[in-house]
Design a protein around this ligand. Structure first.
Ligand code: FAD
Length: 407
């Protein structure tokens, strides 16, 4: 287990420079176009695949980096480049982590490579959990998975919403109810393999920001998947359900395993928010040094300079929370104060505030699409909503600190 350190080693620095180069040279010049088109930027994903930046190998290397900082560093640089394109590149990783968290070794080896495809034939993955009536309240999920013993198949029915890459992915990971009596303890995750009948894309959403990332409903109409598509396998599921039923009978409360997974994955989302905030701050700093009003650069006014000082302080604080939680996840430290949620909460809020301040510093130019901060501000707004809203992060932190079932 690596000690927590703020110094990246030479190899990490080289990887960061490499990602930064791609973000600056390929993503940034394409950002405005794909934001306007509101389409998945396939050519940029293909470029990323060609150099190995969109690949299972690269993410596995960063995911298992013993310092824990690999994924945080990767996310920050990509999202510094552009958040919409960044999400199109890393959306697959969300589905891959769903398989990694619950799947057997064989399932991991079979399905994750199919989510990425290869440089000549790039594919995507999608993680489908949210539903129209089950957003923050996952226990209200209705999509049903029923086992058909005669054919050893699971039959999925329901409608998922807000799925990143939903309907255009090669492999979908779908969370569904297998035992409605058990609330969120009665859920299981399934692979829906490429080309499976009955899975279709519903409405594609037109969004405020991250518009280069595809977000859509996914409709499951009698979708039949082989028994082997249940992540973790039937035996493990039956054992888990039996334990949950026993606990429900005895009234025993146990720690939610899914919560631990969320704590470990939330810092990666926080790191994306840090990348957007840093990008907007840099534009604002440069502008404030060069824009002259009343015969001097606007940064000569404390009112502007102090804003920049606060912006930089908040960004650095957000990064420190993200790095701490990332290291804790990798070192297997218990999240006794919901440090993962803390990092996502703070970084998301900082991204929203800092990008708004950046627009203010750019004045009228900040409000136009001639400059990138307006897009960055629209992109930042999702970071207090998805992967658990800011309110839900506060709920998790407050419950963890107090031990009380705060509602
Ligand atoms: C662009 C985008 C991409 C997404 N990608 C995915 C994806 O790939 N896969 C996926 O499964 N989902 C995805 N989501 C869904 C996302 O995670 C949900 O939108 C989010 O969890 C919130 O759920 P909701 O939208 O239903 O809001 P609601 O849960 O209806 O919340 C509405 C408001 O009420 C507040 N609220 C709710 N309950 C409480 C409470 N107990 N206390 C205080 N406040 C509360 C919320 O904080 C929020 O402000 C995505 C969403 C978007 C917009």
């Amino acid at each position: 287990m690596a000690e927590f350190a703020l110094d990246l080693d030479d190899e990490q620095k080289a990887v960061r420079e490499w990602i930064h180069g791609f973000a600056a040279d390929v993503m940034r010049p394409a950002a405005a176009e794909w934001d306007e088109r509101e389409e998945t930027p396939w050519p940029v994903i293909q470029e990323a695949a060609k150099i190995g930046l969109y690949s299972l190998d690269f993410y596995a290397q960063q995911y298992f980096d013993p310092t824990g900082l690999g994924i945080a560093m990767t996310m920050e640089e990509l999202f510094w480049g552009d958040a919409g394109i960044g999400l199109s590149i890393v959306g697959t990783a969300l589905a891959a982590v769903g398989v990694l968290a619950n799947g057997t070794e064989e399932q991991v080896g079979t399905w994750i490579p199919q989510m990425y495809g290869d440089a000549d034939d790039v594919k995507l993955g999608a993680f489908c959990s949210s539903e129209p009536d089950a957003g923050s309240d996952v226990s209200a999920m209705r999509t049903r998975a029923v086992y058909d013993q005669a054919t050893d198949e699971w039959v999925l029915n329901g409608t998922k919403t807000w799925a990143t890459n939903g309907g255009i992915a090669n492999v979908h990971v779908v969370v569904a109810v297998v035992d409605p009596e058990l609330g969120s303890k009665g859920h299981a995750s399934f692979i829906v393999p490429p080309g499976t009948n009955g899975l279709s894309q519903g409405q594609k959403f037109k969004k405020h920001g991250i518009r280069a990332s595809h977000t859509a409903e996914v409709v499951l109409d009698d979708v039949r998947v082989p028994g082997g598509c249940l992540l973790g396998g039937k035996e493990k599921l039956d054992e888990r359900l039996a334990r949950a039923r026993e606990r429900a009978r005895s009234g025993e409360r146990v720690k939610n395993a899914a919560m631990a997974t969320f704590e470990a994955s939330r810092p990666a989302v926080g790191a994306q928010a840090v990348g957007i905030a840093r990008a907007a701050y840099e534009v604002a700093l440069d502008y404030a040094r060069n824009r002259v009003q009343f015969g001097r650069p606007i940064i000569d006014n404390q009112g502007v300079a102090f804003q920049l000082a606060d912006m930089r302080t908040q960004i650095d604080a957000a990064r420190l929370l993200v790095w701490r939680a990332s290291w804790m996840a990798s070192a297997g430290k218990p999240f006794t104060a919901a440090e993962g949620s803390m990092s996502k909460l703070y970084a998301g809020e900082v991204a929203k505030t800092v990008t708004a301040q950046a627009m203010q510093i750019l004045g009228g130019n900040g409000y136009t699409r001639e400059y990138p901060v307006e897009r960055m501000h629209r992109d930042a707004a999702i970071y207090t909503i998805f992967e658990g809203t800011s309110e839900i992060q506060r709920l998790v932190i407050a419950r963890t600190l107090s031990g009380m079932p705060i509602r």
